[in-house]
Design a binder for this molecule. Structure first.
Ligand code: PMP
Length: 404
């Protein structure tokens, strides 16, 4: 059960007003707000345990190292990964995908080899592969999306060839909300001996994920979308894969020894963490995961589903509404257009009512092209949102519609 009153009190920003109206924050797919415990952990880290990690013999450095490595274990438990060596801290989802795109193609792909993506990918899971297509001549194969916003699984199965080396797909679409059938996706890929990377940016804040149950090879997410700080994210990788891949960046931390003749790389996970890590960010991310864990992802998923269904029903009562993404399995993202009203106009006018939604292509231009539109209005809900806020949002959309 969600205790909405006490949860909202944990998020000071939710009590703000904008233009004299109570803030209604429906841009959670872009980034989430932070509970007090998370913000306080940042101050606490800098006030009480700040010292560079891994290199110091002194008390503070050891305390900071311990906290940073404890945070890695918290992430490991959150994902149910087999070992902390499989948890690499990155700057976020984007950097994690770039790391795999660079290191995996270097170690495991040759010119003409193929990676399978989908039409609903965020630019973060397209452009890194395109860079490798230019640099190394790898080939991108794209799974199309059907009218409901679901992956065309028959086409997915038909895309495998002996040149397929990796499948890289989003777990949940940031535009359509579709929760992709990742178990089936992974089973199929593994039947062809092909590993799978899942972009978990939009899944980990909303649904329980389990690396070992999924048997996924690589999984990535961003701290800031799961109530944690900006600038930190996670790459999970099976140890057997990470062992095979070369480092992404060079520098301190990722080496065992350096001479001008030969550098020996450090072991996992440090091999992929060049330079001073964001050791405050890691401990704050761990705090955010504790917070989410306390509420419970099952309770979060159930409550957010209720919000999504309520908002969808209400929005459909407005004439001229088009909803993009009606997959059978869907997370709390609602993309829509009303008649011919431009999404920017809708977004700007809702903003004047204190309602924060996202408008535009949502970093998914190929998906917009497939849908034949320029952009959508996107309302995305969190467990701290309420039905009353949805009522205000629906009244706002009606008001904007009447102005046109
Ligand atoms: N993938 C998906 C599905 C996303 O929604 C986002 C953020 N909008 C990203 C990747 C990129 O995340 P970040 O900017 O935190 O690296």
């Amino acid at each position: 059960m969600i205790d909405i009153q006490s949860i909202r009190e944990d998020f000071p920003i939710l009590a703000h007003t904008v233009y004299g109206k109570p803030l209604i924050y429906f841009d959670n797919a872009a980034t989430t707000q932070k509970p007090r415990a998370v913000v306080e952990k940042i101050t606490d880290g800098y006030y009480h345990v700040n010292a560079n990690v891994h290199r110091g013999v002194h008390f503070l450095s050891q305390a900071a190292t311990e906290a940073h490595e404890k945070a890695r274990q918290v992430v490991q438990q959150f994902l149910n990964a087999a070992s902390p060596n499989e948890i690499i801290f990155t700057r976020g989802t984007t950097e994690a995908i770039n790391l795999i795109a660079s290191s995996f193609t270097e170690a495991c792909m040759e010119e003409g080899d193929e990676v399978i993506l989908s039409a609903m990918e965020h630019h973060s899971n397209i452009v890194p592969w395109q860079l490798q297509a230019t640099r190394r001549g790898i080939v991108l194969k794209v799974v199309p999306v059907n009218g409901k916003g679901e992956l065309c699984m028959d086409t997915y199965r038909s895309l495998f060839s002996e040149r397929t080396k990796l499948v890289s797909l989003t777990h949940v679409s940031n535009v359509l909300g579709s929760i992709n059938p990742v178990k089936e996706i992974i089973r199929e890929a593994h039947a062809h001996d092909v590993p799978v990377l899942l972009d978990g940016a939009q899944s980990v804040p909303h649904i329980k994920v389990d690396m070992q149950a999924l048997d996924v090879d690589f999984y990535v997410f961003s701290g800031h979308k799961i109530y944690g700080p900006t600038g930190i994210g996670v790459l999970y990788g099976k140890e057997k894969w990470l062992d095979k891949l070369p480092p992404y960046q060079g520098g301190g931390e990722m080496i065992a020894s350096v001479s001008f003749e030969k550098t020996v790389f450090n072991e996992l996970p440090y091999k992929f963490e060049a330079g001073t890590p964001d050791y405050i960010g890691s401990t704050v991310l761990a705090e955010a995961l504790h917070y989410v864990g306390k509420i419970g992802l099952d309770a979060i998923a159930a409550y957010e589903k209720e919000l999504l269904q309520y908002a969808t029903r209400q929005l459909k009562t407005i004439d001229g509404t088009r909803i993009f993404g009606e997959a059978a399995e869907k997370s709390s993202v609602l993309s829509f257009l009303i008649g011919t009203i431009h999404p920017y106009d809708m977004g700007m006018l809702l903003d004047r009512l204190g309602i924060a939604v996202r408008t535009g292509h949502h970093c998914a231009q190929p998906l917009m092209n497939a849908l034949g539109i320029e952009g959508t209005v996107r309302a995305s809900f969190s467990f701290y949102n309420t039905k009353e806020e949805i009522d205000a949002f629906i009244a706002g959309v009606r008001q904007v519609k009447e102005m046109f």
